[in-house]
Write a protein that binds this ligand. Structure first.
Ligand SMILES: Cc1cc2nc3c(=O)[nH]c(=O)nc-3n(C[C@H](O)[C@H](O)[C@H](O)COP(=O)(O)OP(=O)(O)OC[C@H]3O[C@@H](n4cnc5c(N)ncnc54)[C@H](O)[C@@H]3O)c2cc1C
Length: 500
């Protein structure tokens, strides 16, 4: 089934324990710090039922049921293209600013569902659990958050020497009992379930075993609570004044497990560091996730480029050479990301159970480069916008006693004051506001520490030997040519000597 926005909103009214500003949230769909964001996600669900978009956003499963296209198990390049087009529609809807819209985890869990045999290595039932859970999510069109990282307590010590990280403290007939914390779970207040997965590499040791698990449970599970950072959404904010902050703050929370019972049927890995360490790479899930988030990056980069182009026209700076040069850098980013996505589809490789995996190399390029490219895109908006970014009154002013002043003095070269104000508030909210700051932080880190990812890329680059061999071969041929050259010179010298 594909849910409507209304069904999604109804599903959030349960016993979830969400804490913010020192108090427990009664209903995230009604609380002003959360409700507009919940409604923005509901809009995405409603798009699935729009007759103009339904065929692009959904597909029929083998059982003949309609499902969101982000759950498709891609069997060919064209399935990857269809999935990309679906993700792009949702991402364009939010200008790529909701990195954790439901498709992110849908693609993630589909990778895991397709590779269920990997989990069966730890025991047959774990493989079945992984597959059943994927089918359950697809059937019910749920929203997931996930949490991979242990709390930032003391990064110099292994996890088992700290007292904060979530660990398995007991096994019972009903399941495993987990106690401790995990950071971060973005989107948790707006999700139905939370996937608690391994990420950081663990030692393969007895000590590390209690930290090596993968499972997924409802947000409203007894003993599970979330503490949110303060909301970015200003209270009673007018959407025109805060176009992103007011509607798309997907929220970041710490997940605290207070002796939480995880039923066996929701456990995918139990106390197996080796399986945890290989989970994303060996299942091919990481390829699928990177394909999804590269599309998010494209939507985001295109939107920022659109804003830069519009600002340049609006205030008559598009003819200046340095402005054109700044914008050309943005075009390069857009086209690079677009090309990498396309290359990953064209060069897809076989994956588990008849699926295909988008090629990881172009996607790793996006994954490791975008954390540098995105802050530069934001900087360019600041450079081009200059003081225009703060020369913006609130929308109330347009109808206030000062309306005539605003109409006259806030106009642009090509647009009237109201349109200019609207455009520059969008530019502000993606380049200067708290929302913008959090987006930049998100792009630096959401997919892991860029330094360590860069190191891993170096260590695992599959063409390293081929390229070193090419250099050796060139050096060998150079030496051979040099030897022949020396021989020629020598024989010439001898000939000249004899002649003389
Ligand atoms: C806005 C936002 C949302 C996020 N949402 C989620 C989410 O929903 N789910 C989720 O699971 N994760 C989420 N993350 C977390 C993300 O996965 C981590 O930020 C990322 O993996 C880096 O880990 P860390 O933040 O713990 O940084 P740390 O590991 O604490 O690193 C801090 C600094 O120390 C350096 N450092 C630390 N350890 C080492 C080391 N061993 N070697 C070299 N350098 C080191 C790092 O390079 C970095 O500069 C989110 C992050 C952000 C910023």
């Amino acid at each position: 089934m594909t849910r409507t926005g209304r069904q999604y909103l109804d599903s959030l009214r349960d016993d979830r324990e969400i804490w913010i500003d020192g108090e427990r949230v009664r209903d995230v769909t009604q609380d002003p710090r959360f409700s507009a964001v919940a409604e923005s996600i509901a809009e995405l669900y409603d798009l699935q039922h729009d007759p103009k978009l339904r065929d692009k956003l959904t597909y029929l499963t083998a059982e003949g049921e309609p499902a969101g296209l982000s759950y498709i198990e891609p069997k060919s390049e064209s399935d990857l293209v269809r999935r990309r087009e679906m993700v792009k529609i949702w991402m364009d809807w939010t200008a790529g600013m909701m990195g954790r819209s439901p498709d992110f985890m849908n693609v993630h869990m589909t990778g895991i569902g397709s590779a269920y045999e990997y989990f069966a290595r730890g025991g047959e039932q774990f493989g079945k659990n992984a597959r059943n859970y994927y089918e359950y999510l697809r059937r019910n069109d749920l929203v997931l958050t996930h949490t991979l990282i242990n709390p930032q307590t003391d990064r110099s010590k292994p996890v088992h020497q700290q007292s904060t990280a979530a660990a398995i403290v007991k096994e019972t007939d009903a399941g495993i009992v987990v106690h401790g914390a995990r950071m971060i779970a973005t989107l948790a207040p707006f999700s139905n379930d939370i996937a608690v997965f391994p990420s950081t590499f663990l030692q393969v040791s007895e000590d590390a075993k209690p930290y090596a698990f993968a499972f997924s449970i409802p947000i409203a599970t007894k003993g599970l609570r979330f503490i949110c950072r303060p909301a970015i959404t200003p209270p009673n904010a007018r959407v025109q004044d805060y176009p992103f902050s007011a509607r798309l703050d997907e929220m970041d929370c710490v997940a605290i497990f207070d002796n939480v019972l995880v039923p066996w049927e929701r456990v995918f890995i139990n106390q197996q560091p080796k399986l945890g360490n290989g989970m994303f790479a060996e299942t091919g899930t990481i390829n699928q996730i990177m394909h999804q988030f590269a599309v998010k990056n494209l939507a985001k980069a295109e939107f920022l480029l659109g804003v830069a182009l519009s600002m340049a026209d609006a205030v008559g700076i598009s003819g200046f050479q340095h402005v054109q040069n700044h914008i050309h850098e943005m075009i390069n980013t857009v086209e690079l990301v677009r090309s990498c996505i396309r290359a990953s589809e064209v060069d897809c490789v076989p994956g588990p159970n008849g699926t295909v995996l988008p090629n990881d190399q172009p996607l790793q390029t996006v994954r490791t480069l975008f954390p540098q490219l995105y802050p530069r895109l934001v900087e360019t908006i600041q450079i081009l916008g200059a003081s225009g970014l703060v020369m913006v009154p609130s929308h109330e002013e347009l109808t206030s006693e000062r309306a005539a002043d605003v109409e006259r003095y806030y106009q642009g070269a090509t647009i009237p004051a109201d349109k200019r104000i609207q455009l520059f508030r969008i530019a502000w909210d993606i380049s200067c506001s708290s929302f913008a700051g959090r987006q930049t932080l998100y792009e630096r880190y959401f997919s892991g520490d860029p330094w360590r990812l860069g190191m891993l890329r170096y260590q695992n680059y599959p063409r390293s030997q081929e390229l070193k061999d090419r250099v050796s071969d060139f050096a060998r041929r150079t030496a051979e040519v040099d030897r022949q050259q020396q021989q020629k010179t020598e024989s010439l010298r001898e000939k000249n000597h004899v002649t003389a």
